[in-house]
Design a protein. Structure first.
Length: 305
C-alpha cells in the first residue's frame, strides 16, 4: 500500500485526520485528504458552540459538509465532541441543574439523532479530568452542577440515541501511566463493572518537548484495552522536525499496532500550515503538502511503501 489509509487498512486499522470545513474548497488540501486518509474528525464543527449556539436551535451546515464529503469518499467519521467544558456556548453556563441536565441530554439526542448511522465513534465526553496529581474531576458547568454522575448519564443517553456508534471517553495527558490516566482508568473499570455503556477510550496524544511520547505509552494503551474497551489515538501531533519527529511518530504507530484493540489513529490536521499549534510543524505534510520524514516513517511502520 502506498497511502496511510490503505496501509492502515491492511493492518485492520483506520488512519484519519482532523478536518476543517472551510478548507474543503482548497484543491491541494482535498487532494491530500482524499488520497491519504480513510477517517475524518471535524476539528471544530461538531462542538457545542458550533452546533447549538442558542438553546434548542441547531446549525449543522458546516458539520454536514464534512460528513457528506467523508461519505462521498467512503471515509469513516469520528464525532467530536458532545459534552466538553470548552467551546461551550455561554447560555449553557447559565442553567440551573435541572435545565442543564435536560439541555445536555437534548444536545446528545439531537446531535446523535441527526447523524445516526453515519458516525463510527463519538467522543461523548471530552477532557473531564484535571491535570496533575490529584486525579480529580475538572470544574465545569456539568461537573459543578450535576456532579460525578454526569459522565455516566451522558454515556447512557448516547447509547440510546445511536446504538451503533462506538462511545468514547477522550482526554489528553492520559497517554502514559500517571495520576490522570489512573483516574480515567478507574472510571472505565467502574463503568465496565456496572454495565455503563462505554466502548472506547481516546488518547489525544498531543506531544512536544514538555510532553514527549511516554515510555509506557503502549503499556498504557494495553491496560485500557484489557478492561474490554477499544483504544484509539484521536488527535496525534508531535512537535519537531526531521528524524527526531519521524522517530516519535514511528513509536506511536508501533505502539498502536502492538495493541490489538487499538483500532485506529487520527492526526490533528492535514498540513502544518493549519495546525492549531500556531508556531510549529507537528504534522505529516508541510505547508506545501509535501510528505515529511514523519510521513515516511508512519507509512513504513504501517507496512506500506
Ligand atoms: O471560528 C472563529 C472565527 O469566526 C473567529 O474569527 C476566530 C477569531 O479567533 O476564531 C474562530 O474560532 C477559532 C476556532 O478554533 C476555529 O478556527 C477559535 O478562536 C479557536 O480557539 C479554535 O481553536 C480550536 C481549539 O480546539 C479550541 O479549543 C482548534 O482549532 C482545535 O484544533 C482545538 O482542538 C482541540 C480538541 O478539540 C480537543 N483536544 C485539544 C485540541 C487542541 O487544542
Amino acid at each position: 500500500a502506498s497511502t496511510l489509509g490503505a496501509a492502515a487498512a491492511e493492518k485492520g486499522r483506520y488512519f484519519g485526520t482532523a478536518v476543517a470545513a472551510n478548507r474543503l474548497s482548497e484543491p491541494d488540501y482535498v487532494a491530500t485528504l482524499n488520497r491519504e486518509f480513510n477517517s475524518v474528525t471535524p476539528e471544530n464543527e461538531m462542538k457545542w458552540d458550533a452546533l447549538e449556539p442558542s438553546r434548542n436551535s441547531f446549525n449543522y451546515a458546516n458539520a454536514d459538509r464534512i460528513v457528506s464529503h467523508a461519505r462521498s469518499q467512503n471515509m469513516m467519521v469520528r464525532g467530536h465532541t458532545l459534552v466538553w467544558h470548552s467551546q461551550l456556548p455561554s447560555w449553557v453556563g447559565g442553567l440551573d441543574a435541572n435545565n442543564l441536565r435536560s439541555a445536555m441530554n437534548n444536545h446528545i439526542n439531537q446531535v446523535m439523532g441527526h447523524y445516526r448511522g453515519q458516525i463510527h465513534s463519538w467522543d461523548v465526553v471530552n477532557e473531564a479530568f484535571q491535570d496533575g496529581s490529584s486525579g480529580a474531576r475538572r470544574s465545569s458547568p456539568f461537573q459543578d452542577r450535576l456532579g460525578n454522575g454526569f459522565i455516566e448519564e451522558a454515556f447512557r443517553t448516547a447509547r440510546a440515541a445511536d446504538p451503533n456508534a462506538k462511545l468514547c471517553y477522550n482526554d489528553y495527558n492520559t497517554d502514559g501511566i500517571n495520576a490522570k490516566s489512573n483516574a480515567v482508568y478507574n472510571m472505565v473499570r467502574d463503568f465496565k463493572q456496572r454495565g455503563v455503556p462505554i466502548d472506547c477510550v481516546g488518547f489525544q496524544s498531543h506531544f512536544n518537548s514538555q510532553s514527549p511520547v511516554p515510555s509506557d505509552y503502549q503499556q498504557n494503551l494495553q491496560r485500557f484495552a484489557d478492561l474490554g474497551v477499544d483504544v484509539q489515538i484521536t488527535e496525534l501531533d508531535i512537535e519537531g522536525s526531521g528524524t527526531a519527529q519521524a522517530d516519535n511518530y514511528r513509536r506511536v504507530v508501533n505502539a498502536c499496532l502492538a495493541v490489538s484493540r487499538c483500532t485506529g489513529i487520527t492526526v490533528w490536521g492535514v498540513t502544518d500550515k493549519y495546525s492549531w499549534r500556531a508556531s510549529g510543524t507537528p504534522l505529516l505534510f508541510d505547508g506545501n503538502y509535501n510528505k515529511k520524514p514523519a510521513y515516511d516513517a508512519v507509512l513504513a511502520a504501517l507496512g506500506g511503501t
